[in-house]
Design a protein around this ligand. Structure first.
Ligand code: 4AD
Ligand code: MG
Length: 430
């Protein structure tokens, strides 16, 4: 007997197959029992009739608790009324393990309860769709860089110093001294770019953010390309191409998942090049035109980014931020050193920043100066300064936050549902 997954049943019309999964739902009607079998690839209705299965199988179908694991054998039948287009006419139902009372029911549960049961909650259809979408998004981004010939490099998770400011560092005991969980692979990515040309770091990053917002995780994943001899404009073009590729992949490979998530895909289809490119100063003007009180020089918060991102129907690049609100490694605009050659990409529909990046300071002297200015300890950054001592070149890169990108593409409210086991300020379990 062929074991098939639910997504492939169409290839087996009128054939006898075996399905292995869990009971997602169950109902009865006279001499018929309907089992909804979920196998991670989809959900299919199995029709169990008293005269086609053993009495034991029929009795089992009548009482099998939700989330029990089963093996069902039967014939694949076309069924236009089913969302899948097919159902199984069962001739065998075998119990693998009977489930205890399943804590998650069809009724509305609070988010806290669902998060406490995240290890089970990921079995439900929306969460399942989100995890698949995330996988498609991540793979699309990684293959995009791979196909361009970027070398994939891993950055360490345990690091001696800050990359994105000292206020959000996780300190861990490292034998007789301290280490910090990486905030970004960028600095190591720069070293790798000097060795390999164009590289891409993909990995987990950590921020001890004391903010309980819908866009902050304490552990999140970033994809960070870094390119030797590249400057800001071509880096922005690259980010644009990458985003288009990701969105295309999501639309192409996740139509079922986007439907499950009730995502209005029309707005995603608008994400085609060119994306608008505006400066920070222009962004401030837009805020003022919209009646938002804002002082030039301040950083955009979620509210400002929401207003800006609602002003365009595509993702928008914002460049040339005041250097004071950006990280120490940012190169300054030669014409106006108050500005950094920085770029953020704001996703539309109010989602805000999903990418941060820019051109890096390539002068040893300037970089030494910035490290001092930012009050960063110099000694753990000596290796980084070496990159400017031994053949420094203009270079640039960016980081895409996977969870923020998936939140936008899925059209959901909170970033926590885009990762299997989110880490938030108040959540370390399960
Ligand atoms: O803007 P950020 O801080 O930039 C960097 O870390 C650079 N070193 C990247 C680079 O140039 N290689 O972070 C980059 C992105 C943000 O745009 C956002 O998408 C995501 O990482 N991000 C977070 N996502 C979830 N929770 C948080 N607390 C995040 N902080 C940043
Ligand atoms: Mg940023």
């Amino acid at each position: 007997m062929t074991w098939v997954t639910v997504d492939k049943v169409a290839q087996y019309e009128d054939q006898n197959v075996e399905l292995r999964g869990w009971i997602a739902n169950r109902r009865s009607s006279g001499k018929i029992r309907f089992l909804h079998l979920r196998d991670g690839h989809g959900v299919i209705q199995c029709v169990v009739m008293a005269n086609q299965v053993s009495p034991e199988a029929f009795e089992l179908s009548d009482r099998v608790p939700y989330e029990s694991s089963v093996i069902v054998r039967g014939t694949v039948k076309k069924e236009p009324r089913s969302p899948l287009g097919y159902e199984i006419s069962a001739n065998e139902v075998r119990l693998i393990a009977e489930a205890a009372d399943y804590p998650i029911s069809k009724k509305d549960h609070g988010v806290g309860f669902l998060m406490d049961n995240r290890h089970l909650w990921i079995r439900s259809s929306k969460q399942n769709a989100l995890l698949k979408l995330r996988s498609v998004v991540t793979n699309a981004a990684r293959s995009f860089f791979d196909e361009l010939g970027f070398v994939s490099v891993e950055a360490p998770v345990l690091t001696p110093t800050a990359c994105e400011g000292t206020t959000s560092l996780f300190e861990v005991a490292y034998f007789d001294r301290s280490a910090y969980l990486t905030q970004s692979g960028q600095l190591y990515g720069e070293a790798a770019a000097m060795a390999l040309g164009q590289i891409c770091v993909y990995g987990p990053t950590f921020r001890a953010e004391k903010s309980k917002t819908r866009r902050h995780l304490t552990e999140f994943w970033m994809i960070e390309p870094e390119m030797a001899f590249w400057e800001l404009p071509e880096t922005i073009d690259l980010a644009e191409k990458m985003i288009c590729r990701i969105v295309e992949a999501a639309l192409e490979k996740c139509s079922t998942q986007l439907k499950t998530l009730e995502r209005d895909t029309a707005s995603l289809e608008k994400a085609v090049p060119p994306f608008p490119r505006i400066t920070y100063s222009r962004a401030v003007e837009i805020l003022k035109e919209k009646g938002v009180e804002f002082n030039w020089g301040d950083d955009f918060g979620a509210d400002e980014e929401a207003v800006l991102s609602q002003s365009f129907d595509k993702p928008v690049f914002v460049t040339h931020y005041p250097a004071d609100i950006k990280a120490f490694y940012m190169k300054r605009e030669p014409q106006n050193p108050k500005l950094a050659l920085a770029v953020d990409l704001l996703a539309p529909e109010g989602y805000g920043e999903i990418i941060g990046g820019g051109q890096r300071e390539d002068s040893l002297e300037m970089l030494e100066h910035r490290i001092a200015e930012h009050g960063l300890p110099r000694e753990p950054l000596e290796w980084y300064l070496d990159l400017r001592r031994y053949g420094s070149v203009p270079h640039a890169g960016f980081g895409l936050g996977i969870e923020r990108a998936v939140t936008w593409i899925a059209g959901i409210h909170h970033v926590r549902e885009t990762i299997a086991f989110p880490r938030l300020m108040d959540r370390l379990y399960p």
